[in-house]
Design a protein around this ligand. Structure first.
Ligand SMILES: C[S@@+](CC[C@H](N)C(=O)[O-])C[C@H]1O[C@@H](n2cnc3c(N)ncnc32)[C@H](O)[C@@H]1O
Length: 232
């Protein structure tokens, strides 16, 4: 007689998935891809820290909806670059959502080899529209070699650094969307010491104290305009 195998219950709350899909609805095809991604992430989470363990029950709202909400801010963007993709937020989620869009591709930039291996596996199991670059952000501008529609980053660096990473792409016409926390005003104050920017701020649809900083233009400020004490 076959022996019963005890199933480990998923740490993800089903009610959280329902909340997320109400906040940021997706097609049935995208939902199937995201289910595969979530299963893989939970499997790898036991050996690689991809998200803070405390956020696992709310993975769908905290991470997946948080990522999906960017689509409405760049509805016609097809070619994206996501800096410091880590466990795949927002890049893999966007790539799942755009998998059926002709010509779509999300460049996932990650310098940690283990996380890049996870990203490659996530792209494989979901058939998402993405290319993984095991690289530092500084090396990626020449490597991508095509026009980018939208640059993203989440939980990577202070805003003034993100603006510097995005500048070569925004100069060529890209939009930048950065997911930020409650300190966004202080980060904007710091960033405007070094950069001329006209940020649009969107409060996160997923609640909490999150913000999305949208930038369509970035120009380096005249270094002589920065007083000595302001220099980073
Ligand atoms: C805190 S994690 C955030 C991951 C993901 N964006 C998220 O929100 O869950 C930051 C990630 O950026 C990567 N990273 C940091 N600096 C980088 C750089 N200069 N180039 C490429 N990846 C970088 C780290 O290896 C890490 O995986």
């Amino acid at each position: 007689m076959a022996k019963a195998v005890a199933q480990t219950p998923s740490p993800v709350l089903p009610s959280d998935k329902a909340t997320a899909l109400a906040l940021t609805p997706v097609s049935r095809e995208t939902e199937v891809r995201l289910n595969h991604y979530v299963d893989l992430l939970i499997e790898w989470q036991t050996k690689t820290n991809l998200v803070a363990p405390s956020t696992l029950p709310h993975l769908w709202t905290r991470h997946i909806s948080d990522s999906l909400q960017l689509l409405d801010l760049a509805p016609s963007a097809k070619i994206w670059v996501d800096f410091g993709s880590g466990g795949g937020f927002p890049g893999v989620v966007l790539a799942c959502a755009l998998a059926e869009t002709p010509g779509a591709n999300i460049h996932l930039v990650e310098r940690n080899a283990k996380k890049a291996a996870f990203l490659r596996e996530a792209v494989r199991v979901t058939s998402a529209a993405a290319t993984v670059h095991l690289a530092g952000i500084g090396d990626i501008v020449d490597r991508i070699g095509c026009r980018i529609d939208c640059v993203t980053a989440r939980a990577l660096a202070p805003l003034h650094q993100l603006v510097g990473f995005a500048e070569p792409f925004v100069r060529e016409g890209a939009k930048a969307l950065f997911l930020k926390g409650q300190d966004v005003e202080a980060e904007l104050t710091e960033a405007t010491k070094y950069w001329n920017i006209e940020p649009r701020l969107h409060s996160s649809r997923t609640g909490g104290h999150g913000w999305i900083v949208e930038l369509d233009r970035i120009e380096r400020r005249n270094p002589s305009a920065i007083t000595h004490g302001d220099r980073a």
